[in-house]
Design a protein. Structure first.
Length: 447
């Protein structure tokens, strides 16, 4: 892959070298994700997949609020201090964020338990309610896992960031699900397996971070510099809203489909989202290494290197994403059939159509570059929050109309429009702030 990139005229750099390792780990993560979905849908059915998807969406949304934006804020500040080898300050910031997230996520889990048990207002089916009652206790571990992943990202360890953010839990999920199906058959609970998997993961990655930052050796320094850093907390609050709205914009479809459609249709939509998301593997891989550099170059005043990093990352994202999108569009039906081959022809056609619609939106996202990360890492997180909030409002309105009229296909059109809208708006804002075009168009850009 590195030889191919060189032939395309992109010089080797830390972004490319780091992105390549992260790319390979992310590809393995997608393959693990496909294996998990394949085992779940083939063994337990598309309906179970639908209820599981709704449960995971709710848990991840609650974990966003449990993190209070501290994971993204921690990434920004640890990236800066770690670049100057100030591991003491970085350690203090990490401990502060860890304690805040642990406390708030536990409170959210307790409150969620109360709502589910004593407030019967959602008319949930028995299977979905059972999944949620177990899953809410995974919120603290899910929240802390997100924090730890961002810390690895800040420490210039993109492979570990990718592995612990996605691959580790998936790997344990597959192992647990396979053993559970073999021993219990259809009585296996995939959400219980998720709870165990994420708890094991958080123990492992927390131990690694403690060793990397020498937290116990530097514990007397926590209170003098890093710990109780109000600036980190204040920066995280607007990032909380940006993270929440970004998450809702990506997953509000699942929540609304759970109300309007059957669990089987929700399951098919989730499978289609999983398939189409594979086109974003390059975007994620490049972002994992370029985002800390955006923060480092911009906050150190090196605008030329900042501009160069933006241009290089955008071009690399596009050139590596385009082949994936073309492949997905050509073979969408065959890929969907692999996961739901025992389902009806209607569900197979529906899944293929959704993959194509979502793929177009993701291609535009690749053309636009790392716009969200650029704004978050350069002090424009409030503007980015406003963009995402506006997009979310528009998308919810579209979902209400399109899902009620066209069903699952309407949700796909709404999702694609939202992706295109917020990316284009962020491109315009970044040009307004920094006079930089992040869009890459072959033979037009002069990078």
């Amino acid at each position: 892959m590195l030889r191919l990139i060189n032939k395309l005229g992109i010089k080797s750099s830390p972004i490319i070298r780091g992105s390549f390792s992260s790319f390979m780990v992310r590809v393995s993560g997608f393959l693990l994700g496909f294996c998990f979905v394949l085992i779940l849908t083939r063994s337990l059915g598309v309906g179970v997949m639908g209820n599981y998807a709704i449960t995971i969406t709710v848990l991840n949304l609650l974990s966003v609020f449990g993190r209070l934006g501290q994971d993204t804020s921690t990434l920004r500040y640890i990236s800066h201090y770690f670049a100057f080898n100030k591991t003491n300050v970085s350690g203090g910031i990490y401990i502060q964020s860890f304690c805040i997230i642990l406390f708030t996520s536990i409170v959210i889990s307790v409150l969620s338990r109360f709502v589910l048990v004593y407030q019967d207002i959602y008319q949930l089916n028995d299977e979905l309610q059972g999944y949620l009652l177990i899953g809410i206790w995974a919120i603290p571990a899910i929240s802390l896992n997100a924090l730890n992943a961002q810390v690895f990202r800040a420490m210039r360890k993109p492979a570990l960031f990718t592995f612990f953010k996605f691959d580790a839990v998936l790997l344990l999920n597959i192992l647990g699900l396979s053993i559970g199906i073999y021993l219990l058959g259809l009585d296996v609970n995939p959400v219980l397996i998720l709870l165990i998997s994420v708890c094991i993961t958080i123990v492992i990655n927390t131990s690694l971070i403690i060793g990397s930052l020498n937290l116990f050796k530097n514990k007397t320094y926590w209170y003098s510099r890093g710990l109780f850093n109000k600036k980190v907390i204040q920066t995280g609050v607007p990032m909380l809203f940006a993270d929440a709205t970004t998450f809702l914009m990506s997953w509000v479809d699942i929540l609304m489909l759970g109300y309007f459609c059957t669990s089987e249709e929700v399951g098919v939509y989730n499978v289609a989202m999983k398939v189409s998301s594979f086109t974003g593997v390059s975007l994620f891989a490049v972002n994992s290494i370029s985002t800390p550099k955006f923060s480092q170059y911009y906050n150190s005043g090196d605008f030329d290197r900042f501009k160069s990093a933006v241009a290089e990352s955008t071009r690399l994202i596009f050139l590596t994403t385009l082949p994936l999108v073309v492949f997905m569009l050509l073979f969408s039906r065959q890929i969907v059939n692999l996961f739901i081959g025992d389902s009806s022809i209607y569900l197979k056609d529906l899944g293929s159509q959704i993959v194509i619609i979502l793929g177009v939106g993701l291609l535009i996202s690749a053309l636009s570059g790392s716009v969200g990360n650029i704004m978050n890492m350069t002090g424009k997180q409030t503007s980015f929050r406003n963009v995402i909030l506006l997009t979310l409002i528009i998308k919810i309105m579209l979902n209400i109309f399109l899902i009620s009229s066209w069903g699952v296909t309407g949700a796909a059109y709404s999702s694609a429009f939202g992706t295109i809208f917020w990316n284009i708006l962020c491109v315009l804002l970044i040009y307004r702030f920094y006079k930089i075009y992040t869009v890459y168009i072959p033979k037009i850009n002069s990078w």
